[in-house]
Design a protein around this ligand. Structure first.
Ligand SMILES: Cc1ncc(COP(=O)(O)O)c(C=O)c1O
Length: 426
């Protein structure tokens, strides 16, 4: 039942009501413009307070560079990483330590190197061109990597918390030139959802119906990045894949970028032992080994999964107020008006906002014109093309709380203004 103090859905308003609302919103918008703001909601990076949580990394070695097995971490060698860091990566990505390679400060580099490694194999099988499935909305840098390697991207939508697996299975079965799929299975960028157990099971069997050398790029960037005391649970892809004998097709990625220092962490790649050996061979043409000194620092600092959980709880304490504020402002100004939907993630770094179709670009332009930068419209889709022009990725982690509040208050005015004009036109 509708009560008088419930907000009006814009679609149910009369023209006169909409016109009056537009006048009020334009007034607010002009006041914002006069304030000459310079705010930024684009950056999915940790705040300085979060980075401070890991300052102990600096100096933690106290001159000790020799591992238990006698390895001197300052020297060349050990391309797969030091055993202690491989074990740490294995516990984060939930696989075996001998299936892990520890890389430098960016898992993105490992993704790039892995795609480069697969290029000759795929090109030989599919001289006409290779395709990848990209669940959307998704992570723009995955799409950039595909563009770089000339991999054609096929967008597939989410169906609730999971990418549409019926469609994925159909596509993969029909077209052997589809050689891979990007997945951010936990606290997905940007939707914040975690794949269901059923979905993970189906993913583990996908290589059974695909063409040869199909790869699931399982980017578990937010594996330990919980915001809730009841974290999402992700089924273990690699364990399922071993069971179905598909583990050669699984490539797990992760890093400590949003655990310790975003610019000076360590990264991980996990796959079957056999495929890891082949990838190691490929990498050995470009380097003798990654930074093992930093690997040791990370092992001493984070120690194990309990250490990581304690450390991530400190991150969560800093992040929760930012996500709570985002939810508070969005629901205060937008709930019940049917002009937008947004995610309420249990972890990760983003809130995904869906405007009325056709309004995302307009909202982003309105915000930019009064000094609030939002992630460009379409960034969460391959080739920058959001077919419905409705998804906007909000990144609440970096700004201080007062700046975040200001930026969100501008955002909701822009959403309302774009939406009221939409209804006035229709
Ligand atoms: C899904 C996802 N993968 C990877 C990265 C980048 O990770 P790294 O710093 O390890 O390259 C990000 C950063 O935003 C991300 O959201």
């Amino acid at each position: 039942m509708t009560t008088s103090n419930q907000p009006h859905s814009y679609g149910a308003m009369s023209r006169t009501e909409l016109e009056a609302l537009e006048i009020t919103l334009v007034q607010k918008y002009d006041e914002i413009a006069a304030a000459k703001l310079a705010l930024d909601l684009t950056r999915g990076k940790p705040s300085s307070e979060q980075l401070n949580l890991s300052n102990e990394l600096d100096g933690i070695l106290k001159g000790q560079y020799i591992l238990q097995d006698g390895t001197d971490v300052r020297n060349y060698g050990g391309l797969l990483g030091i055993p202690e860091a491989r074990a740490l990566g294995a516990s984060i990505l939930e696989t075996n330590a001998d299936e892990i390679l520890v890389g430098g400060n960016a898992s993105l580099t490992l993704m790039h190197q892995y795609l480069a490694f697969m290029q000759p194999i795929w090109k030989q099988e599919c001289p006409e061109g290779v395709k990848f499935i990209c669940p959307v909305p998704g992570y723009d840098r995955h799409f950039t990597l595909c563009e770089h390697f000339n991999i054609e991207m096929i967008p597939v939508s989410f169906n609730g918390q999971d990418p549409d697996l019926d469609q994925i299975e159909r596509l993969v079965q029909q077209d052997p030139s589809i050689k891979g799929i990007w997945c951010v299975p936990k606290y997905s960028n940007p939707t914040g959802t975690t794949y269901s157990e059923t979905a993970v099971k189906r993913f583990s069997m996908l290589p059974k119906i695909s063409g040869d050398n199909f790869r699931i790029m399982w980017d578990n960037a937010y594996a330990v990045h919980h915001l809730s005391d009841a974290p999402d649970q992700l089924a273990n892809l690699m364990a399922l894949a071993r069971h179905h004998d598909t583990n050669d097709s699984m490539v797990l990625f992760g890093s400590t970028s949003k655990v310790t220092f975003a610019g000076a962490g360590i990264s991980f790649l996990g796959t079957s032992r056999e495929k890891l050996g082949e990838f190691e061979q490929h990498l050995s043409e470009t380097m003798i080994g990654f930074d093992k000194v930093n690997q040791l620092r990370h092992v001493l600092f984070l120690k194990d999964m309990s250490g990581i959980a304690r450390h991530m709880a400190r991150h969560a304490a800093l992040l929760k107020p930012r996500f709570a504020l985002t939810e508070k402002i969005l629901s205060k100004y937008l709930a019940g008006k049917r002009i937008g939907e947004w995610s309420r993630p249990n972890g990760g770094y983003f809130v995904s906002f869906d405007a009325i179709p056709g309004q995302a670009k307009e909202i982003i332009t309105l915000a930019a014109n009064v000094g609030v930068r939002l992630t460009p419209a379409g960034a969460t889709f391959p080739y920058g093309l959001d077919p419905e022009d409705r998804n906007i990725r909000l990144a609440p982690t970096f700004p201080a709380l007062d700046s975040l509040q200001q930026a969100l208050e501008v955002f909701v005015v822009c959403v309302q203004l774009a939406s009221v004009r939409h209804y006035l036109k229709s």
